[in-house]
Structures are given as structure tokens and as C-alpha cells.
Design a protein around this ligand. Sequence first.
Ligand SMILES: [Zn+2]
Length: 140
Amino acid sequence: MASALCRSVSNISRRCIAYSSLRFASAGPVVDPQKGKLVSDAVTMPDGLGHSVGPERWELLARLAGNEDPFEMKVNKRTGGTLDSPVAVPSMYEKRLVGCICEEDAISINWMYLHKGEQKRCQCGHWFKLVEMKPIDIAA
Ligand SMILES: [Zn+2]
């Protein structure tokens, strides 16, 4: 009984943590955080959004708000890359893993960690710099 009670308390706390991370780490215009979760006369069964939880739900809500790349996974073309104007790589964290395709016909990617506040040079000679990205709140 005690273990079942502990499990249900931890499940509730996990739900609260997931919900709060959704509120503070999402992007775009306001989207109803309960969208798809509540039964109405028009909807009898929850849709895909209603069944989703955690990161999947955050991603779906961000896409509904107009952010097509919520995890910043899109491949960006290098612009600049000199010591004076390094390639700006956005991140919400202290470091980020970056892959450089040094030549157009390269068959491998050079991976490197970029740390906040320092520039790093790839083997091909291009410079990279981590720039701060602010999280946008969709549930505000
Ligand atoms: Zn490179």
C-alpha cells in the first residue's frame, strides 16, 4: 500500500514537472495548454494532441504555435565563419554539440562542443560561437 501511494505521488509530481517545463520552455503565440485534453460536445475522443504527453506534447504545441523547429535540429547553412564574424549557433544551455560539414561533398561530419563565451575553430578553418537563445513561453 505504501509503495503504491509513493508511486502515485511520484507520478503526480512528474506530471507537474512536465507541465511546468512546458510552460517555461516553449515558443510562439499563446496555445491552450489543455487543448485536446478536455472532453467537449464537439469532441468525444481525444485526438493525437490529447493523447500526447511530455516532450511529444511540447513539440506538438510548439508546432501549433508556429515553431516548425522546436528542438533546433534543422541544418543551417554556414554564414561568415571568420574570426571576426564567427558562425552564430543559438543555444539555451552552457554548451552545445555542433557538426560541421566542412566541404559540400564530405562523407563525414566533424563534431565539436561549443561552450558559452568562447569561440572554436573547426578543422576546415571556420569559426563558431555559441549565442544565447531565450526560451519563448507559449502557455503564458
Ligand atoms: Zn568544418
